[in-house]
Design a protein around this ligand. Structure first.
Ligand code: AMP
Length: 191
């Protein structure tokens, strides 16, 4: 089993690259943002609680997302491996993920961290907001709040994996295919 985390700030291309990576490597894509948006569209209690945070660009409480990931792991017993996208976003989530994977006798193989300048992130997110239908993409204040949450709470997650020598920075600017090849090269070195 090979599990990887695709890491980076909002707008760094995690969703786009995940779609391509799961096809090439046969991994199961677990995006907490997608799972939360699905809960919102089904108007579940979890979705309604999460929406209050998401609309403000704030992180949803750890226990909510950890519970979702735990269920998703249980629901996919035959997976060849998981690609975590947008998770973990806090050190507490990272520790919980390690424990969940440990119970399944597996672990994170590598964290690939997409490197993109802040100017480019805001530009991409505003552009995505024109077509994505995501309310958190078409308001610059919410975008800035999401980037602030990333700097304050999420960046430290890379330090958590760095202590186990699992972090690789990958250039996140350029064409979609160039970035994809950069990611594949790192995976192929480790798989
Ligand atoms: P994303 O689709 O990854 O950009 O996530 C959209 C929003 O969902 C974020 O701004 C957070 O409010 C929430 N969210 C997604 N993943 C997480 C997570 N792992 N922890 C907390 N909140 C999350």
């Amino acid at each position: 089993m090979f599990n990887l985390i695709l890491f980076g700030p909002p707008g760094s291309g995690k969703g786009t690259q995940s779609e391509k990576l799961i096809v090439r490597y046969g991994l199961k894509h677990l995006s907490t943002g997608d799972l939360l948006r699905s809960e919102i569209s089904r108007q579940t209690a979890l979705g309604m609680e999460a929406k209050n945070f998401m609309d403000k660009g704030q992180l949803v409480p750890d226990e909510v997302v950890i519970g979702m990931i735990s269920s998703a792991l249980d629901e996919n017993p035959g997976a060849k491996g998981f690609l975590f996208d947008g998770f973990p976003r806090t050190s507490a989530q990272a520790e919980a993920l390690d424990k969940l994977l440990d119970l399944k006798k597996t672990a994170i193989g590598v964290m690939l961290a997409l490197d993109v300048s802040e100017e480019e992130l805001v530009k991409r997110l505003l552009k995505r907001g024109e077509t994505s239908g995501r309310t958190d993409d078409n308001n610059e204040l919410v975008i800035r709040a999401r980037i602030t949450e990333y700097r304050n709470k999420t960046e430290a997650v890379a330090d958590y994996y760095r202590q186990f020598d699992k972090v690789v920075m990958v250039k996140g600017e350029g064409s979609i295919d160039e970035i994809f090849e950069g990611l594949c090269k790192e995976i192929d070195n480790r798989i």
